[in-house]
Structures are given as C-alpha cells and as structure tokens.
Design a protein around this ligand. Structure first.
Ligand code: SAM
Ligand code: SQH
Length: 238
C-alpha cells in the first residue's frame, strides 16, 4: 500500500463531524475498558508513518463484542499491519481458538509481535505473509475449511473487497460474521468526485460499488455502522 501521507482524511472527525465527540466516545467508553496490551500496541505504532492504518479503538471495541456474541473460535484476518485488530481478536477468542492472519508485509506485523508474545496469545495466530486472494483460494481447496470460520475481518486493499467477499462467503459458516473496514472511506462516498484528493478516488469508487453490490447480495444480512471509518457488518444467512 502506498503512503498517502497528508492526503489522509482522519475518518473519526469526518464521520462524526466533531473531533470532541469522537474524543468523548474514546475517553468515556473505549479507553477505560481497552485491554493493556492493546494500548501498548497502539503506543508502539503511534510514531509509524502509517499509524493511521491501525484499526480505530472504537471499531475494535465493537468487534470484540461481535466476536463474543458469536462465540468466535476460528477466524480470518485480511490486512494485519502492526496487529491491533489481530491482537484484539487473539485476546478475545478462547485459548484453543485460531486466527489465520494474512498481510503482504511481515515487517509491520513484527512491530506488534513482541506485544502479542508478551500477552501470551501468539499460539492462536497463524500469520501468512502473502497477497490475501491466493491464500483464500488455497484455503478453499481443502473442503474441510468450507463453512468452518466463525468470523472474518477485512481491512486491506479496497479494490479486492468483492473478491474477498466471494471467497469468505464460502469459508464462513451460516450465521458467521464478516466485517469490512473503511466502507465510508472518510466520508468521501458522498463527496463530488472533484473534491476528493486524487489518490483516494479509486478506493472511493471501489467502496461505492462494493456497498451497492452488498445491498443486492441476498446471502447476507448487512449493516453499515458509522464506527471508525465505517464498518460493513455482514452475517451469512444461508
Ligand atoms: C489498514 S492496514 C490494516 C490495519 C490492521 N487491521 C490494524 O488493526 O492495524 C492494511 C494492511 O493491508 C495490507 N495489504 C494491502 N494489500 C494487501 C493484499 N492484497 N493482501 C494482503 N494484505 C494486503 C497492507 O500491507 C496493510 O498492512
Ligand atoms: O487513508 C488510507 C489510505 C489507504 C490507501 C490509499 C491509496 C492506496 O493506493 C492504497 O492501497 C491504500 O488505505 C487506508 C486503509 O486501508 C485504511 O484502513 C485506513 C486508511 C487508509
């Protein structure tokens, strides 16, 4: 992924229209309950030039709630970066739970790895350094994986979201949950194209198309929640 640097639109303020309100949510609801290792991992990532990649803590808190509601044990993550959402998942699922975590970049995963190790949850993680699509296809080659995952979190290249969706619909069980991050793309989905910074335009179009396709997909229940940068929550119906 390229660094879009200062072009980046901080999703929190854009979506809520108020930095103060976002701060209120974090300070009154999220930070008081954030597990210590997650705070440590955030701190270890804070000075990274791509720190804004990290899953926002309010999104994380909601994700932990869903993981618990479906008793998730076997999960997939596409897009790890330094591992905030990964560590959150590892801390939430049972001791014999397993996460298949895929990212093209192992270096960023290694930034968070010491925190993951210290938290004693590394044994739940199978990190695979690769493009995600071939790995999902590889998982599908083994029939035992079909309908076996309880939960998936997708937070990588937006252009492939629909391709990931087609694979994850087969890998996740009926009643399983798939979350797609950044589905409001900093609020730009409703902006006129001309006012969107050029580097963000392709992802904006992919996101708009993805949300449209999702609305027409009879295989899933959906909800687009304006948490973080907008998360689309899907539940496999059949
Ligand atoms: C927004 S970050 C993920 C943030 C992460 N969920 C967290 O909580 O910190 C997106 C990640 O997707 C990875 N990525 C981009 N394209 C990918 C692809 N085609 N396959 C797998 N990973 C990819 C990038 O290397 C980057 O680390
Ligand atoms: O601001 C962002 C920018 C990008 C991004 C921009 C241009 C690319 O060519 C690309 O591949 C990724 O990706 C993000 C992301 O994936 C997030 O989860 C959160 C924020 C961003």
């Amino acid at each position: 992924m390229e660094n879009t640097g200062k072009e980046v639109i901080r999703p929190n303020a854009v979506l809520l229209q108020s930095e103060d309100l976002y701060k209120y949510i974090l300070e009154t609801s999220v930070y008081p309950r954030e597990p210590k290792p997650l705070k440590e991992l955030r701190d270890a990532t804070a000075n990274h030039p791509l720190a804004f990649f990290g899953t926002l803590p309010d999104t994380g808190q909601f994700m932990a709630m869903l993981l618990k509601l479906v008793n998730a044990k076997k999960t997939i993550e596409v897009g790890v970066f330094t591992g905030y959402s990964l560590l959150l998942t590892a801390l939430t699922i049972p001791d014999d739970g397993k996460i298949t975590a895929i990212d093209v970049n192992r270096k960023s995963y290694e930034i968070g790895l010491p925190v993951i190790q210290k938290a004693g949850v590394e044994h739940k993680i199978n990190f695979i350094e690769s493009q995600a699509l071939p790995i999902l296809d590889q998982l599908l080659e083994n029939k035992e994986n079909e309908g076996s995952f309880d939960f998936a979190f997708v937070d990588a290249d937006k252009d492939n979201y629909w391709n990931y969706h087609e694979r994850l619909m087969k890998l996740c069980k009926v009643g399983g949950i798939i979350i797609y991050d950044n589905t409001l793309w900093g609020g730009t989905v409703v902006w006129p194209e001309e006012s969107v910074p050029k580097p963000k335009r392709p992802q904006r179009l992919s996101t708009i198309k993805f949300n449209e396709s999702m609305a027409a997909d009879p295989r899933v229940d959906i909800s687009l929640a304006p948490l973080g940068d907008g998360i689309k929550i899907c539940r496999r119906i059949n």
